[in-house]
Design a binder for this molecule. Structure first.
Ligand SMILES: *Cc1c(COP(=O)(O)O)cnc(C)c1O
Length: 489
């Protein structure tokens, strides 16, 4: 009797009624499939309503709420106002579009709730498989090491930490005080901001990031790079790393990586390549020339969640020298030593390769997606996006009111509306207004950048749902809004 009383008092977060949750779960799945299947029919952007925003300002929930009513709150307030990078006309920043199969894989990973850090368990082996596939895709030797991370930002920092360790192994214990003369790092002025943040965070300091000027194609100027390294050496600095861009965020420019590799070798510098999205065309034989040298880098970052369309978040860093990688992050602690048998046996702990100890099972959605779609499908989709970029550039050039503002070496198209007789300042304001109206009217979602002082409408195509007609609509509507704005003023 007494025993029974105790048992009924024991709580768990598992449902009391499994079949009710099962039914709700199936409804969620049905709703999400419908949501993805019909995404094209909805506007690309819808501003969160006042009611929706208020729904995210509720008091801290003290008492339990019914699962179905919590889901209803999500369904009515959260879901309709997505970032919407799943939409066929979403081309803002560089964001991937995800897949329905990836969604399912994430559900399986969440159900397993694996902490992929240590131990003799399959999630560890699946991640290792994904790293092995990554090395093969990028032409890295199979002796290289690597780890999955949330995004290229973290992948870049992880690589920079290994590069710093390569420059001076005492930094790990003694800090930057161990270095005489500041460590300096080089990358083009088009290098992504997250690299600069990384340089700040790991103590190098952004003043010691040398922004090397670019040529007309937004590629790093090799002559300037060489000169800057020489000058820094002469001034007592310690050059330690070059960052090459495989696909800059502004225009998709690919630095001459092969030449960067030669300079790095000559000066004994670390070569890191930020290939967040631009490393992916390495899968295409026709890019062998443009991406030549990528496989020579000491480290390489790339995202699965951008141009391989894997659901957020998923990125990878590869490091050529596995010992150096491990040495930069490992520290022996009693509660994490591997055992010969049992739960704590198995492969080397992954926290020896990065900052994170607890890590989710990101590898599963990558592993399942690559298997299900196959590289051949990815090649076709990447080519499709590249062709769409060329098509959009042509449409822009055919339109007298539009101006193409940068070369299109990859999947990024920069253009603006220019009806003539306007100052640069007026054009900047006009194009910003066009962009905001494209968003507000739910038509299309490119984003923006500034190139040589010119505000550009920037279209980054890492979207497997886009069709040629979507780009025709973008051009037509940009011109329509532009004409409307200039005729009414
Ligand atoms: C997107 C991007 C990054 C940052 O990657 P996240 O996955 O967003 O962290 C870095 N470099 C380039 C070139 C990018 O396009």
């Amino acid at each position: 009797m007494k025993e029974e009383a105790i048992l009924t008092e024991e709580k768990t977060l598992d449902p009391q009624d499994w079949s009710a949750l099962n039914e709700l779960g199936h409804r969620m799945l049905d709703d999400l499939f419908y949501y993805l299947e019909t995404v094209r029919q909805r506007p690309v952007y819808s501003k969160p309503t006042t009611a929706a925003i208020a729904s995210a300002k509720q008091p801290l929930p003290e008492m339990p709420q019914d699962a179905a009513s919590v889901y209803k709150d999500f369904y009515t307030n959260v879901l309709p106002h997505n970032t919407n990078n799943i939409h066929p006309r979403f081309w803002a920043w560089v964001q991937g579009s995800g897949t329905p199969f990836g969604m399912l894989a994430d559900m399986l990973a969440a159900g397993m709730n694996a902490n992929v850090s240590i131990g003799d368990n399959m999630p560890m082996y699946v991640e290792k498989q994904v790293i092995d596939w990554s090395k093969e895709m990028m032409g890295f030797p199979d002796t290289a090491s690597g780890i999955l991370l949330s995004g290229a930002s973290l992948a870049n920092i992880t690589a920079l930490i290994v590069a710093r360790h390569h420059a001076n192994r005492d930094i790990k214990t003694k800090g930057l005080q161990a270095v005489t003369g500041p460590l300096t790092i080089y990358g083009s002025s088009e290098t992504h901001n997250c690299v600069l943040k990384g340089v700040e965070v790991i103590g190098i300091g952004s003043d010691n990031f040398r922004k090397v000027p670019v040529d007309d194609n937004y590629r790093i100027r090799i002559d300037a790079l060489k000169r800057m390294i020489m000058e820094d050496r002469a001034a007592g600095c310690q050059p330690f790393c070059i960052v090459g861009n495989a696909g800059t965020v502004n225009t998709g420019a690919i630095d001459p990586l092969h030449e960067l590799a030669a300079i790095a070798r000559e000066h004994q510098l670390w070569l890191h390549v930020d290939g967040a999205f631009g490393a992916i065309p390495r899968l295409l034989p026709e890019f062998a020339d443009q991406l030549k040298g990528l496989e020579l880098a000491d480290s390489l970052s790339f995202d699965f969640h951008k141009w391989l369309y894997v659901n957020y978040e998923a990125a990878c860093v590869l490091i050529r020298d596995p010992e150096l990688h491990r040495e930069a992050f490992t520290s022996a602690v009693n509660y994490l030593t591997l055992h010969e048998r049992g739960l704590s046996a198995g492969p080397d702990s992954l926290n020896n390769l990065g900052m994170e100890l607890s890590r989710g099972f990101k590898a599963l959605k990558i592993w399942m997606s690559l298997k299900h779609h196959g590289l051949e499908t990815y090649r076709q989709l990447i080519r499709q996006n590249l062709q769409q970029a060329q098509y959009l550039a042509e449409l822009v050039q055919l339109q007298p009111e539009l101006e193409l503002l940068a070369p299109v070496p990859l999947n990024i198209v920069n253009f603006r509306y220019d009806p003539g007789h306007r100052t640069e300042q007026e054009l900047n304001a006009l194009n910003k207004e066009i962009l905001m109206r494209l968003h507000e009217q739910g038509i299309a979602a490119p984003s923006y950048t500034v190139l040589n002082g010119k505000y550009t409408i920037r279209t980054a195509i890492t979207n497997h749902r886009s069709r040629l007609e979507d780009f025709e609509l973008l051009v037509k509507e940009a011109v329509r809004i532009g004409n409307q704005l200039t005729q009414s003023s």
